[in-house]
Design a protein around this ligand. Structure first.
Ligand code: SF4
Length: 269
């Protein structure tokens, strides 16, 4: 980079929630409404892809709910691959449909680079995970299995670790980190800097949150329908979301505004 050049800001991940439908009803999940959920219309998805082409980012996550239950999942996946060919395509799934439905597995193999799978007692998908991990790894996909420690027995955990080790998948564990499980409310000071340039979460209706914790309805900062979408993605954040007070992830930046302004370019005279 030449002296004096401005460091370009690059978003790590854009996540599109294409549906709030799911084929499971996990107790700890705040992102899905089971069979009562709604699918993102294809026109909205297409508009989002147009908008995303105007900003620098690295990975496109397709999430839900359970994204593979969206009736247009194969079409939406191939459209994203085609329109954003230089992005790492990541699918978040419980893998149940991938194990049972060959066309959905083929659509996944055709369009995605990485597959992230939640697997524990709540997901109830041990059999399906043991079936799909070898196939995904044989096709060269990066596979990450994520288990919530509060929802899995040591024996199950060991067997998943062995599966991942045998096939070169990654096994990670997590605690239930969702909001409002009895913890004291954060004393909010500065704004949360933990997700600076990390996640842009785009909801089914096109509303946007610069954080992965997008569960408070009608609290988004902007939407994909805004003409100045690209500017808003990197604009300073001046307010907490309503759910920040209950968030386990809160990191006090100490600053009243984040992200910090870009460095001012130095003019060579
Ligand atoms: S406090 Fe939590 S919800 Fe708020 S911005 Fe930080 S990570 Fe997101």
């Amino acid at each position: 980079m030449p002296p004096g050049a401005v460091h370009e800001r690059v978003l790590k991940t854009a996540k599109i929630k294409i549906t709030t439908k799911c084929n499971r009803s996990c107790d700890f999940c705040i992102f899905a409404d089971g069979a009562q959920g709604e699918n993102m219309p294809p026109e909205t998805f297409s508009t989002i892809l147009d908008r995303l082409r105007t900003i620098p980012f690295r990975q496109l996550h397709i999430n839900g709910g359970e994204p593979t239950v969206h009736r247009d999942f194969p079409v939406l996946s191939s459209l994203a691959r085609e329109r954003l060919p230089d992005k790492v395509m990541v699918l978040g799934t419980n893998a149940i449909t991938l194990a049972r439905n060959k066309p959905l597995m083929e659509a996944t193999l055709a369009s995605y680079d990485q597959v992230l799978i939640g697997c524990d007692d709540e997901h109830g998908n041990y059999e399906e995970v043991h079936s799909v991990v070898p196939a995904l790894r044989a096709a060269g996909k990066t596979v990450v299995i994520n288990s919530v420690l509060e929802g899995i027995t040591p024996d199950r955990l060991t067997r998943l670790a062995e599966l991942c080790s045998a096939h070169g998948a990654i096994h990670v564990t997590n605690h239930v980190h969702h909001i409002d499980v009895g913890q004291p409310t954060n004393a909010l000071g500065g704004l949360c800097a933990r997700y600076l340039d990390q996640h842009l979460m785009i909801e089914v209706d096109g509303s946007c949150y610069r954080c992965f914790n997008a569960m408070a309805k009608d609290d988004s900062e902007f939407s994909v329908w805004d003409d100045d979408f690209a500017a808003k993605v990197f604009a300073p954040r001046r307010h907490h979301y309503r759910f920040c007070g209950k968030c386990h992830e809160y990191t006090d930046s100490g600053a009243p505004v984040v992200p910090a302004p870009l460095p001012v370019p130095i003019t060579v005279t």
